[in-house]
Structures are given as C-alpha cells and as structure tokens.
Design a binder for this molecule. Sequence first.
Ligand code: SF4
Length: 338
Amino acid sequence: MEEKNKEKPKAVALLSGGLDSTLAVKLMKEQNIDVKAIAIKTPFCDFDCGHGCGFKVKEVAEKLDVELKTFYLGDEYLEMLKNPKHGYGSGMNPCIDCREMMFNVAKDYMQEIDAKFIITGEVLEQRPMSQNPRALKIIEQESGLEGKVLRPLSAKHLKETEAEKTGLVKREQLLNIKGRTRKNQIELAKNLGITDYPNAAGGCLLTDPQFARKAKDLFKHIEKPTLNDTELLKVGRHFRMNNKSKLIVGRNKEENDVISSLALPDGLLLEVKDYTGPVALLYGNYDENVIQLASSIVHRYSDAPNDEECVVITNNNNNLKEIFASLITDEQLNSYRI
Ligand code: SF4
C-alpha cells in the first residue's frame, strides 16, 4: 500500500464508524487522497457506531482499506468536562470543547505523519451545538486549524479550504449536504456501494438526559472524579445518600458483576442474605446511619418479604458484617434517587 500511496497527498480523517465519516473517507479516496484514519474514544462515547467504541470502527477502516490509529482521551477529558469553556448542550455534552480536543489530537497526528489536512464527516446543521457555522469556526480557530479542515459532505456550504485552493482536492466533486435528515447520505451510500452502516446517530452518553443527571451530580459532589467514578455512572440505580456518599444498586447480574469489580478499597458492598437481590456499592464518606439507610434500599430491591426485616451482608475488603434492615418507603426512596 505504501508504494501505491507514495505520490498521494496525505490527510487525517476522524473516523467514528458511523455513516457520515465513512462517506467522507470514501469521497476523499475517490479523489486520490491517502487517508490515514484516527478514532478517538472518550470515557462517554461510543460515537455513532452503536456497537461500542472501537468495535465497528476497526471493521469500517478495514473495509475502506485505510490505516487506523486509535486515541483515548481520559483524565484530561474529565478535567475539561468539569468546566468546558463553551458550556454544555442539552445534556452534559460539552460538544465544542470536546471537538476541539479531538481536533487537537488530529492536528498532532497530522503534523507527525506530515499530512496536509484533516477530513471529518461533519454535516452542517446536523447537530445543534457543534455543527452550526459559528461552532465550526470556533473549533477550527481554537485548535489552530483554520483552513485545514475539509468536510466533504458539506464543503459547498463552507469556505474553501487550503486543500481545495491548492488543488489537492477538487471542490466541484464535493457535496452540499446540510441538516438533520440522512436521506442524502443514504442515497450516496447506495451509490458508493456502502450497505452495512449503523441506523441512527448518537452514541454519546453525555447527551442522554438520565445519564447527564447522574454525571452532573457526580461533578457537583466530587472535586476530581476519576475514570472509575465515570464507569460506575454507566451502571445501576443511583442514590445520593448525603453530600459525601452515594449508593449504586445493580439492576441485573451483569451490572452486579461490574459494580463488584469497580469497588475500591474504601467502598462497601451490600447484599441481602438468604434471598435473591442486587449487589450495591456504597462509597464516599459514610457512617453507620448511612449504612443502615443503604441496607433498607438494598432490601427494597431484593426478594426478601416487604413486611419483615432482612439481613444485609456488608463487605469492605472481605471484612464481612451482618445487619438487620427494614424496608425503605417509596417516598423516602425517591427522595434519595438521582
Ligand atoms: S456528542 Fe458532543 S460531547 Fe459527545 S462525543 Fe460528540 S461532540 Fe463530544
């Protein structure tokens, strides 16, 4: 492949595994561009592939016959999420700051491999926060990439990029897609022989209102949330016990296993004895009263009879204790629910 691509201008493509970025790469390959793809994972997104990070995107890169490099934005992403310069969207999605971080990764890689420009599958006005003309401009300016980002699907609605001006890419072969409908992309996919692509866009947990509520609560109560904290946001029912402690109750066996595996040494695992029930994790700063309250919540989600106390086993680093717990009322329960 190297030999074949020797004379071709190189470009870095942000590939998500979704239809839009797939089409963008395909269009650039048709213009004889040597595309090097990158996929960027954050603690909250599976992009728009619908299969989880990195799964579909590898398959897509193979089919497109492009090299793929994956990057992960972890702690630095959480730091940004605490206070994004450009604020949040309707959930807790800091789309402009998030895209800037991704563009910075793409820029570094572009410089490293001596590529000439960056390609994205962005479609003008498709996503309200990050794909309006003002946001696109800000993202480019602040990541120092003015004129270097080519969006083949919407290019004709946008200013000419350097790649077009210098003739590396023919503007007349670029498209003028705009807006939220995917009709044009589906038609184009058909014409380009792309048949296997995800149905719907949107895999970012931060745009999900329920998830956003839990994430906001976490960031409000913990100065420096960790990646472990964010993994816990993805499972279970969440209860704010007080300013310093929180309870997470598994909803099924899979979640129970995840919760157990994410318990850190200062966490307390709770389970009802003698009856089927969830695994719950109490963490933060908790005292005996909070443990008692947490046990009554665990009772509520177990098969233990409602009209009796049950025994709850607490486990801190294999230090087991048993306590009696009565059932919490629904009203009380709802007052703790996040
Ligand atoms: S929806 Fe927004 S915050 Fe989420 S991955 Fe996309 S750009 Fe980033």
